[in-house]
Design a protein around this ligand. Structure first.
Ligand code: NOJ
Length: 717
């Protein structure tokens, strides 16, 4: 610990210490200055370089100790240049892309004086009803861990004091993505094993990547709200993993301990939160700086000193004691050409082709129809964007500008949510006059993100009717799906010629969508989260257990089968197995699903070693999987080779498959290449009162999607 921090701590009054332990939301400038004069240590971004400097000046020049402020903001997928939502970034299966996008966001944010972001979201979620899946990296703990670490590196770089670095926050620790029923803020009953195997790994990856802070979750885990969870905050995060950064609360999460029903009042809530290991309270209500709740004697002084040290160390690492101000003439307020190019390429890279009969890319030039609310909507930025993020345009305008030679009809058809179907007839008439109809549908940004759980995951409003009516004309119909979460697409997917998920793609989304339609870019993403067949099937993760009665066929319950006997409907085969009577097996589209515009064949997979020692260093490569991949198409394309693991016999039940490696490769038309993926010992480990590799047989499943993998056996001895 630095001499400066020791010195400051030795001179700080109790009130000055408490001031460092709070971050308040955007107060108006006069209130903010008054709070800072009283010792407030952190604030949300004011929001400009000038306003930030003005507030820093109060902290540095008008307080007794001159401690600079931490300036926080939710920079989630961009500050000015808005990148695709994190779920789309996950679909790109490309950690370097995630790093580069976070670095861009950090550069723009720091230029305006932001030093602390509340990102990445490290919550694994298998429930698309939860609106916040848009902010995360999907259902897989291993992929999420990899991308969380990449995002932390992108924000923080090697040196937090650099002008292109900000402190990152892994959130929401922990179990927030498991809220019962997918309802936001809801509790989760999580076993030690579920925590260790699914929910904790991405946070541990963030800590290993050097994340500066971790945010406590709103949720309760097995009855203990996370803001008061001493075991997880202190024993696991700080002691077991050695996390030496700041644990920040979520907005009013400390005050929320009262309605959670575990604290009598604010004083009790604050006491419990600090005893559990929280360092900074977010919101400001319980810690209003001279409140009786935090008078000396109410909190353990050693715990308070520890929390203050963590905050001051973060300020020191950010270089704020030397350099509290930013140069307002260097503030980046609009995207430049390079940032636009990066986020545009990212939007295509994270788009997932669900299904294609060859109608995409569109054969040009043609007369075509654009219909659906996203033909003209500019709502592409996603749920977590501040008002100063660079807006997107519309797909219709973009296509008209790019291709004045095309004959483009535009009919909105239906609105996002409106109950009226008055525009469908016009869209159908137009569809009859064109060679191809492009239906641009989806969820507006406000339907995903925080406090945006949905119980019905079909397209809202009458958008499904529009798709079906247009497809029924017989004109080839291509659907572009703009969404913040997996949706239920069963009502229309079989009727259309092609469908591509573009998520909320950010500032350059319309350009990227036009690139995909015209074939100037490839939708080369793979699903980071399964698309369910129906809401009743949720959760339907690909990494489910086999059960003692695995099903081999799905149910086929239909209306004709009213003849229900002792053992149920006669048409349901293999009845006493784990499935729904009324659904085929598995999700509509599984994790990992997707293909670009090219087509690939795979040779037989090989491993460098089929037997390896169970014991040894975690990060040691124990075997390398290789497979020859050939691009059979007449165009260049990207293949994402995926490696899944199955632990055949283990001391505790294991997922039928879980992702342990992947490689993305670009191959020219006709090109072949051998793709090799090294597997470290740790991916073979399971959690059973500790991580260990159990000796015995494993299967590796290698391929382009879960549906087409080839198996190869390996053994740990
Ligand atoms: C509440 C959200 O849960 C959290 O993710 C966010 O960082 C804070 N609000 C601050 O805006």
């Amino acid at each position: 610990m630095s001499a400066r921090i020791d010195d400051l701590l030795s001179r700080m009054t109790w009130a000055e210490k408490i001031g460092q332990l709070s971050i308040v939301f955007r107060p108006d400038p006069d209130d903010a200055a008054a709070l800072v004069r009283k010792g407030l240590g952190s604030t949300f971004w004011p929001p400009s370089a000038d306003a930030t400097n003005a507030l820093q000046r109060v902290a540095v020049e008008q307080t007794r100790l001159g401690i600079p402020l931490l300036v926080g903001l939710d920079v989630i997928h961009g500050q000015r240049t808005i990148a695709p939502i994190p779920l789309s970034q996950a679909a790109a299966f490309d950690p370097e892309l995630v790093r580069a996008l976070a670095h861009l966001a950090a550069t723009e944010a720091r230029s305006g004086g932001v030093t602390w972001t509340f990102s990445p979201m490290a919550d694994v979620s298998r429930d698309p009803r939860w609106g916040r899946v848009s902010e995360g990296f999907g259902e897989d703990p291993w992929l999420t861990s990899l991308l969380v670490a990449a995002m932390v590196r992108g924000y923080q770089g090697d040196d937090l004091s650099a002008p292109d670095a900000i402190a990152a926050t892994a959130k929401h620790f922990v179990g927030y993505g498991a809220g019962e029923g997918g309802r936001d803020y809801n509790g989760a009953d999580l076993s030690e094993r579920a925590l260790r195997a699914v929910h904790l790994p991405p946070f541990e990856a963030a800590v290993r990547a050097g994340v500066a802070s971790v945010m406590a979750a709103f949720t309760s885990v097995s009855g203990i709200p996370m803001h008061a969870h001493r075991h997880l905050l202190t024993e696991v995060l700080k002691q077991e993993w050695g996390f030496d950064g700041v644990i920040v609360g979520d907005a009013e999460g400390v005050a929320n301990l009262v309605p959670h029903g575990v604290a009598e009042d604010l004083a009790d809530a604050v006491r419990q939160a600090y005893a559990a290991g929280l360092d900074v309270e977010m919101g400001g209500s319980p810690l209003s700086l001279d409140a009786a709740e935090i008078a000396p004697g109410r909190l353990d002084p050693a715990r308070v000193d520890d929390a203050v040290r963590r905050v001051l160390a973060t300020k020191e690492a950010l270089g704020l004691f030397e350099n509290p101000y930013v140069d307002p003439t260097a503030e980046i307020t609009t995207p430049d050409a390079a940032s636009r190019t990066l986020v545009r390429a990212a939007a295509a890279r994270g788009s997932v082709l669900l299904h294609n009969d060859g109608s995409l890319p569109l054969a040009a030039p043609r007369r075509l129809l654009l219909t659906g609310p996203y033909a003209t909507s500019t709502d592409h930025l996603g749920a977590w964007v501040q008002y100063f993020g660079a807006r997107a345009g519309s797909v219709a305008d973009e296509l008209r500008d790019r291709r004045p030679d095309l004959d483009i009809l535009v009919e909105e058809g239906v609105d996002f949510l409106s109950p009226t179907d008055a525009g469908i007839a016009a869209a159908v008439r137009a569809a009859r006059e064109v060679a191809v109809a492009v239906v641009l549908v989806g969820e507006p940004s406000a339907l995903s993100g925080e406090a945006a759980s949905r119980s019905d995951l079909r397209l809202p409003g009458r958008q499904e009717e529009l798709i079906r009516a247009v497809a029924a004309t017989g004109t080839p119909t291509v659907v572009v799906l703009v969404t913040g979460r997996p949706l239920v697409v069963a009502g229309w997917i079989d009727e259309v010629a092609a469908a591509v998920v573009v998520w909320h793609g950010g500032t350059e989304a319309p350009a990227a969508i036009v690139d995909l339609l015209l074939g100037d870019a490839e939708p080369s993403g793979r699903l980071p989260m399964s698309f369910p067949r129906s809401v009743g099937q949720i959760p339907i993760p690909y990494a489910h257990e086999n059960t003692g009665r695995p099903a081999s066929t799905g149910g086929t319950l239909t209306a004709e089968h009213h003849d229900v006997g002792l053992h149920g409907p006669g048409n349901v085969q293999d009845k006493y197995s784990s499935k729904y009577l009324d659904l085929p097996l598995g999700p509509q589209f599984s994790f990992g699903h997707g293909s670009g515009y090219a087509r690939f064949s795979h040779g037989a997979p090989e491993v460098s070693a089929s037997v390896f020692p169970a014991e040894g260093p975690d990060d040691e490569t124990v075997t390398t999987v290789s497979i020859e991949v050939t691009n059979l198409a007449d165009r260049r394309g990207d293949e994402v080779v995926q490696v899944y693991l199955r632990d055949v016999v283990a001391s505790v039940t294991q997922p039928v498959r879980r992702l342990v490696g992947f490689a993305r490769r670009t191959l020219d038309a006709g090109e072949s290449a051998t793709v090799s993926i090294a597997l470290p010992r740790e991916v073979f480990a399971l959690w059973a009162e500790g991580w260990r590799v159990e000796s015995g047989a494993f299967e590796l499943h290698v391929g382009s999607t879960l549906a087409t993998t080839q198996a190869i056996a390996v053994e740990a001895r």
